[in-house]
Design a protein. Structure first.
Length: 279
């Protein structure tokens, strides 16, 4: 039965278009994406199993090389074919909500900052669990509530002052407290969610907007205002960003989610972390 439009928060066609455009310039933000991916992959050092076959879901050409450096065979997928090709290895254009992989194809799935434009996040997590072998591991990260709060607040207050109202211009993000629950709802064993803070500082506030475009993170909220914004909006809003030592700060509050594909119908997971779960 088709989902009602009211349930669709994001315009997936726009998400694909933004990623297509960003594929040629994502190198601009490769350092930030690599930092986020390395923080996510650090969780592998806490696990006893060794992984051979990995799925890189939306890694924008950064995650796949890191996994291959750990000795894994990697298949990459992305909503954008152009972005998927940046992995440098086997890849496929695929929608995270309708993955084309057979059940039990991988023993590791990594989704680094790639699931926050999905309309049905629980459904996408279920799809990824089906792609895992029993005892396989999901490592996922996505921006959590609090990400880009400085920019969201400045845009909202400035637009309200200029026009008397404000359109959604920064994506809604999940609360960290809900993330482990999402994994549990999707059928993962030993679900854990914690947070990593990444603070980016800019001498030129306009560089923040350029970085978001380069990462394919342009606004794709379905109910976004399609009209050109007031000319003064972005200069005035960026001037309101908090500044220290001549630089403005943008915060990425990254939720890191780990969960295991159950080995049996009882829901028992793999041997899991060697040193205990992070909280």
């Amino acid at each position: 039965m088709p989902r009602m439009d009211a349930m669709l928060v994001f315009d997936r066609t726009a998400v694909r278009r933004h990623r297509d455009r960003a594929a040629s310039r994502v190198d601009r933000v490769a350092e930030v994406l690599r930092d986020a991916a390395e923080r996510l992959l650090d969780r592998l050092d806490d696990t006893t199993p060794r992984f051979a076959d990995a799925l890189d879901a939306g890694g924008r050409g950064v995650v796949a090389p890191l996994l291959r450096a750990r000795g894994m065979t990697v298949v990459s997928c992305d909503l954008s074919a152009a972005m998927a090709k940046r992995s440098g290895g086997p890849c496929v254009a695929a929608d995270e909500e309708f993955l084309p992989f057979a059940p039990a194809s991988f023993d590791l799935v990594v989704a680094s900052l790639s699931l926050h434009w999905v309309n049905d996040l629980p459904g996408a997590l279920i799809q990824l669990r089906h792609a895992l072998r029993p005892g396989g591991l999901l490592l996922a990260s996505l921006p959590a509530l609090g990400t880009l709060d400085e920019l969201r607040r400045a845009l909202t207050e400035t637009e309200a002052a200029l026009t008397g109202g404000a359109a959604p211009r920064v994506s809604p993000f999940p609360d960290l407290r809900d993330c482990a629950g999402l994994l549990q709802r999707a059928g993962y064993a030993m679900p854990v969610a914690d947070v990593e803070l990444i603070r980016l500082r800019y001498a030129d506030p306009l560089a923040l907007l350029a970085d978001l475009r380069a990462a394919g993170e342009t606004n794709a909220v379905r109910l976004r205002d399609r009209r050109p914004p007031p000319r003064e909006l972005f200069p005035l809003a960026l001037a309101q960003l908090p500044e220290a030592d001549g630089r403005v700060t943008a915060t990425l509050r990254m939720a890191v989610m780990t969960g295991w594909a159950p080995e049996t119908s009882s829901g028992r997971g793999s041997s899991g972390p060697a040193g205990g779960n992070r909280q």
